[in-house]
Ligand binder design. Structure first.
Ligand SMILES: Nc1nc2c(c(=O)[nH]1)N[C@@H](CN(C=O)c1ccc(C(=O)N[C@@H](CCC(=O)O)C(=O)O)cc1)CN2
Ligand code: MG
Length: 356
């Protein structure tokens, strides 16, 4: 079996799965603490002339994939944001502000909202929160959104999804001011993404996080073939548009695609966001492809502490044996969603401060 080395300098986040390192060496990452003598990447790249080495996303013989460490990349981004906030807030006279609206008591939503507020505190943002009962009226929810739209201390607003069935979700998302739509779910933001020459005010966090993972892992997107599995407004559609805007040739795969496996197998870059546990199998993956797994699915596991474990939309072990790089679940795309939310809020803050 040919084992490939990473040759492009990448952030401290793609690490050698085969060598079981949790951080990479300095040839992979300038800030890494692993000595080069222990790094599989270095050993292998010493063997092959640089010009002959395979780039991430280019096809080659089967290989052990490098892990794209979203948790570490998200941490790096939070540090960058914290440093920028420190610099900006004195002149601005206030910190960036994010308002988080939670409806009901879903455990997962409560966890995500808590994580978002914690992340705000970590980077020096002010967070505002409104928790509403499961049976809140749409009118009351819209009133809360309108209040935050008018609040000068609030740069970003998000309503945690999913919402209870009796609420018209799209009507609520449409009510968030375009300038504060840090989730990027407003139809005008998605529409602008689809049009050449128009930039959205905000790009939705999960697809933006996928692109950031590719960028910080040294994956060249331009000229590559990409498959996006899933066509949701929140992830699949914007992810496909972002890849296309980055000059990839993109095919979307969904439940009515007759030749899904074939389409995915032709792709240099795969973004899996179909919400079905381990649906994308190892033999769907083109050797050397880069795999970004958006799925977070809980599967029963009596041996796990919580009684379940999380898996992605990709059969990880099988795909990792074929891909050149892959994101894990957990610790891949998930943490990037919150890092991108912070980045969007900072962008909104900077625009609002500059326009005063
Ligand atoms: N208004 C929004 N609602 C929802 C969004 C969103 O972007 N905006 N996305 C998801 C939930 N979500 C953030 O809200 C989110 C999901 C997962 C993670 C994450 O870091 N997951 C961890 C695993 C966590 C665990 O152990 O359970 C990981 O993948 O490593 C962060 C944010 C739906 N709603
Ligand atoms: Mg556009």
């Amino acid at each position: 079996m040919q084992v490939k080395a990473f040759v492009k300098p990448v952030s401290g986040s793609v690490f050698c799965l085969a060598a079981s390192f949790s951080v990479s060496c300095r040839s992979c990452c300038p800030t890494s603490t692993v000595p080069a003598s222990r790094c599989l990447s270095v050993k292998l790249s010493n063997r092959t002339p640089r010009s002959q080495q395979q780039q991430p996303g280019e096809s080659a013989a089967p290989t052990k994939a490098g892990l794209i460490d979203g948790k570490k990349i998200a941490e790096d981004i939070r540090k960058e944001i914290a440093a920028e906030v420190q610099q900006l807030q004195k002149a601005a006279g206030r910190a960036p502000g994010l308002a988080v609206v939670l409806v009901g008591a879903r455990k997962d939503s409560e966890t995500y909202v808590r994580s978002k507020k914690k992340a705000c505190a970590e980077v020096g943002f002010e967070s505002f929160g409104t928790d509403l009962a499961e049976d809140v009226s749409q009118e009351e929810l819209l009133r809360v959104v309108a209040q935050y739209n008018a609040d000068p201390k609030v740069d970003g607003i998000l309503v945690q999804l999913p919402l209870p069935k009796h609420i018209n979700e799209q009507a609520v998302l449409d009510a968030i001011s375009l300038e504060k739509d840090v989730d990027g779910f407003h139809p005008q933001n998605i529409g602008s993404l689809a049009m050449r020459g128009r930039n959205p005010t905000f790009v939705s966090c999960t697809p933006k996080g996928c692109m950031e993972l590719l960028k910080r892992s040294g994956v060249q997107v331009a000229g590559k073939t990409a498959a996006v599995v899933g066509r949701s407004n929140i992830v699949g559609l914007p992810a496909a548009l972002l890849l296309q805007n980055a000059d990839a040739t993109v095919t979307m795969v969904h439940s009515r695609t007759p030749n899904a496996e074939e389409v995915v197998r032709a792709a240099d870059i795969v973004i899996a966001a179909c919400g079905k546990a381990e649906m994308v199998k190892g033999d769907w993956i083109k050797p050397g492809a880069v795999v970004i797994d958006v799925g977070i699915n809980a599967v029963d596991d009596a041996s796990a502490k919580r009684g379940y474990r999380l898996v992605g939309d990709v059969a990880f072990a099988e795909a990792a044996a074929v891909a050149s790089m892959i994101t894990p679940v957990p610790g891949g795309v998930g943490p990037m969603t919150i890092a991108m939310l912070l980045q969007n809020t900072l962008e909104g803050y900077k625009r609002r401060v500059a326009s005063r």
